[in-house]
Design a binder for this molecule. Structure first.
Ligand SMILES: NC(=O)c1ccc[n+]([C@@H]2O[C@H](COP(=O)([O-])OP(=O)(O)OC[C@H]3O[C@@H](n4cnc5c(N)ncnc54)[C@H](O)[C@@H]3O)[C@@H](O)[C@H]2O)c1
Length: 378
C-alpha cells in the first residue's frame, strides 16, 4: 500500500488481495481519498500474477515505482533532509557496512569513522573498497578502517566474510545492511536466486544471521548493538509474491526491486521481535534514505537517466544527506535500546501495513531460512 513518507497510511487498506495467504483485516476498496488508490498491494500468490495479463504485470510495478520515486523527490523539494544531532563518539566500537565503498554506504562509513569507530567495509569490488578505505583514512585520520571482501550474491562469499571477521577477534556493535542493486535485468545470483531478492534481501538475511552472535556478545544493557537495514519508499508499492519469490513467472525489475525492499522491512521487524523475546541487547531498525543521487540509478532507461541528469540537483538528496538516517540509526543516543522502527529523515514513520503482519513476517523468515540453510529460529 502507499503511505505518505512522512505521514501515515489509510488504515482501512490493510491488505490486498490476489491469492492472499493470510487473514485479511479489511477487504473494502480504498476510498478515493486514499493515496493507496493504484490497486490493492502487499501479498500476491501465483494465481493472482498468472491471471493478470503480462503487460499489466510489467507495467503496473513500473508505474508504481516511478510514481513513488517522483512523489518522494517532489516532497524533498519541501523537506530535503534533516540535520544530524550531536552524536556520541564511538571509540572502541566496531561497525560493518555492506556496500560502504560508494554512495550512501560510503558516506555512512566516513561519518562513523569520523566518530572514531572501527569501520569494516564489506563489498564485492576490492579495488573500489581499498580506494574508499584510503580516502576515509585520509579524511578522518582514523586508521581503523578496512575492507573485507563480501559478495552478497554468493552465500559462500558471505560465509567466508564472516570467517574472516571471526579471525579478527573483534566485537561487533553496528551492522549496516546497506548494499543493493536496482532494476538489473533478469539474472540469478550464484546460488540461483533472482538478483534483487538474492542480493538485496537474502544476502543480508544470511549475513545478519551469521553475525548475530557477535552482535549479541557485544551489546550491553546500557549500550545496545544495532542492526540497521536500508530499505526504500518503493517498499510501499512492493508486493511479496510468496508463490514466486524469485519472480520466475513474469520478471519485472521494478516489481523485483520493490519486493526485495519490502522483504527487508518484514525481516527487520521479525528480527526485532526475536531479539526482544530472547532478551538480547541488540536492536533492529530499518531506514529509508529518500531519493538520493547515486549510481543506484545506472540501470534506469535512457529517458529516466536524462530526467535524473536534469533534475537531480533540485530534487535528489546528496549521498551525504541520504546517509543521515543510517548514521542516526547506527549511533544516536535517542535510539538507545529502541528497535522495530521505520526511520525516514531521522523520524519514526509508519511502513506499509503489510509489513506489520506477523504471519507474513514469520512465513518470510521461515522460507528465507530454508533458502539459506539457516536454522528456522533466529
Ligand atoms: N539512491 C537512492 O535513491 C536510494 C533510495 C532508496 C534506497 N536506497 C538504498 O540505499 C542503498 C545504497 O544504495 P546507493 O544509492 O548508495 O547505491 P550505490 O550503487 O551507490 O551503492 C550500492 C552499493 O552496494 C554495493 N554492492 C552492489 N552489489 C554488491 C554485491 N554483490 N555484494 C556486495 N556489495 C554490493 C556496491 O558496491 C555499492 O557500494 C541500497 O540498498 C539502495 O537500495 C537508495
Amino acid at each position: 500500500m502507499l503511505v505518505e513518507p512522512g505521514g501515515s497510511g489509510h488504515t482501512g487498506c490493510r491488505l490486498l488481495l490476489t491469492g492472499c495467504v493470510g487473514p485479511c483485516q479489511d477487504m473494502r476498496p480504498c476510498p478515493p481519498s486514499c493515496s493507496n488508490g493504484v490497486s490493492p498491494l502487499g501479498v500476491t500468490g501465483l494465481l493472482g500474477s498468472r491471471t493478470m495479463n503480462p503487460l499489466r504485470r510489467l507495467l503496473l510495478p513500473l508505474l508504481r515505482v516511478y510514481y513513488m520515486g517522483m512523489r518522494v523527490a517532489l516532497e524533498q523539494l519541501l523537506r530535503r533532509a534533516f540535520t544530524l544531532p550531536d552524536l556520541p563518539m564511538q571509540h572502541g566500537r566496531v561497525a560493518i557496512i555492506t556496500g560502504g565503498s560508494k554512495g550512501i554506504g560510503y558516506c555512512t562509513a566516513l561519518h562513523l569513522a569520523k566518530l572514531g569507530m572501527h569501520v569494516i567495509i564489506a563489498g564485492n569490488h576490492e579495488s573500489e573498497g581499498i580506494d574508499a578505505v584510503r580516502q576515509i583514512q585520509r579524511c578522518t585520520q582514523n586508521t581503523r578502517v578496512e575492507f573485507l571482501c563480501c559478495d552478497l550474491t554468493s552465500m559462500k562469499s558471505i560465509r567466508k566474510f564472516v570467517q574472516n571477521f571471526e579471525a579478527k577477534n573483534l566485537d561487533l556493535h553496528v551492522l549496516v545492511n546497506n548494499a543493493g542493486v536496482m532494476l538489473v535485468s533478469e539474472r540469478r545470483t550464484q546460488d540461483g536466486f533472482e538478483e534483487h531478492f538474492g542480493l538485496n534481501y537474502l544476502g543480508h538475511f544470511l549475513l545478519t544471521n551469521l553475525l548475530l552472535k557477535y552482535l549479541k556478545r557485544s551489546g550491553a544493557c546500557d549500550n545496545y548493538a544495532r542492526v540497521v537495514t536500508v530499505s526504500s519508499a518503493t517498499h510501499y508499492v512492493g508486493e511479496l509474491n510468496f508463490d514466486d519469490l524469485q519472480s520466475s513467472c513474469c520478471y519485472s525489475p521494478h516489481g523485483a526491486y520493490a519486493q526485495s525492499k519490502l522483504a527487508l522491512v518484514l525481516f527487520s521487524y521479525y528480527l526485532q521481535n526475536q531479539l526482544m523475546t530472547d532478551g538480547s541487547h541488540v536492536t533492529a531498525n530499518v531506514v529509508d534514505p529518500g531519493v538520493v543521487n547515486t549510481d543506484l540509478y545506472m540501470n534506469v532507461n535512457w529517458a529516466g537517466r536524462i530526467v535524473k541528469w536534469l533534475t537531480a540537483w533540485l530534487l535528489f538528496k546528496t549521498p551525504e544527506e541520504g546517509a543521515a538516517t543510517s548514521i542516526y540509526a547506527s549511533v544516536s543516543s535517542d535510539l538507545e535500546g529502541v528497535g522495530g522502527c521505520y526511520l525516514y529523515n531521522g523520524q519514526k514513520e509508519k511502513s506499509a501495513d503489510i509489513s506489520y503482519n506477523e504471519d507474513f513476517q514469520k512465513r518470510l523468515w521461515t522460507e528465507s531460512s530454508q533458502m539459506t540453510g539457516m536454522p528456522i529460529s533466529a
